[in-house]
Ligand binder design. Structure first.
Ligand code: DGI
Ligand code: FE
Ligand code: FE
Length: 196
């Protein structure tokens, strides 16, 4: 199934040109991790791989450039507006749609929401969200150990997501940064969905 107008090699070449080295390594690792998780949860592996590759495609755009896309109509929620670090997610989804000609709505929404998430995420969105946080190439080993410690449990996916949200909220609070309301909502939802 062709999810984009480019071959995987062409996408990887585009990423190499448009991302810094760390982000390039991260993107390839997220794609591999998303594919592994997709296999584990019985969903389309190629589709997860493409979403992983593209999820941060606008991450290295300057803040001014990201703001320009938003000024020109890329939609962002009022909750996201105060933190420019969240802007790359909606802009990456826009680039996936317009440059890579992705039409698959699940791929586009998984990219769109990979940073703040939203309540009631689909399995596909959860897998891309978690793959972004759990890839082993650039995320610290102790962080992986923390978020994946209960991954093999029956409710392991939600457990792992909850640990990601916990770590993000702690880190934002420690840095005196605003925490988007949806981030808190997702945290509460996950907390209520897991046992023990
Ligand atoms: O792009 P990545 O580094 O791979 O990861 P990401 O897309 O999850 O982006 C992480 C950045 O987004 C990090 O600097 C913290 C910020 N962020 C994530 N959720 C929130 C947030 N910032 C605020 N203020 N509120 C959030 O809820
Ligand atoms: Fe990101
Ligand atoms: Fe990422």
């Amino acid at each position: 199934m062709d999810y984009t107008c480019l071959t995987t090699t062409e996408i990887i070449n585009w990423l190499r040109k448009n991302l810094n080295e760390e982000r390039y390594i991260h993107s390839l690792a997220v794609a591999d991790t998303a594919k592994d998780f997709a296999k584990r949860f019985g969903i389309d592996e190629e589709k997860a791989y493409i979403a992983g590759l593209l999820h941060d495609c606008a991450k290295c755009f300057s803040t001014d450039k990201l703001k320009d896309y938003i000024d020109q109509g890329v939609e962002i929620t009022p909750d996201e507006l105060p933190n420019y670090k969240t802007y790359h997610a909606p802009v990456s989804a826009y680039i996936a749609k317009t440059v890579f000609k992705v039409t698959d709505e699940e791929i586009l929404s998984s990219i769109r929401w990979h940073t703040v998430g939203h309540t009631n995420m689909s399995l596909f969105e959860k897998i891309i969200f978690l793959a972004d946080k759990a890839e082993p190439k650039t995320r610290p080993a102790e962080y992986l150990e923390y978020i994946l410690k209960d991954f093999d449990r029956e409710d392991g996916l939600n457990k792992a997501l909850l640990a990601c949200y916990k770590a993000t909220i702690k880190s934002l609070a420690d840095r005196n940064l605003t925490i988007c309301t949806p981030t808190i909502d997702v945290y509460n939802e996950l907390l209520n969905s897991v046992e023990g």
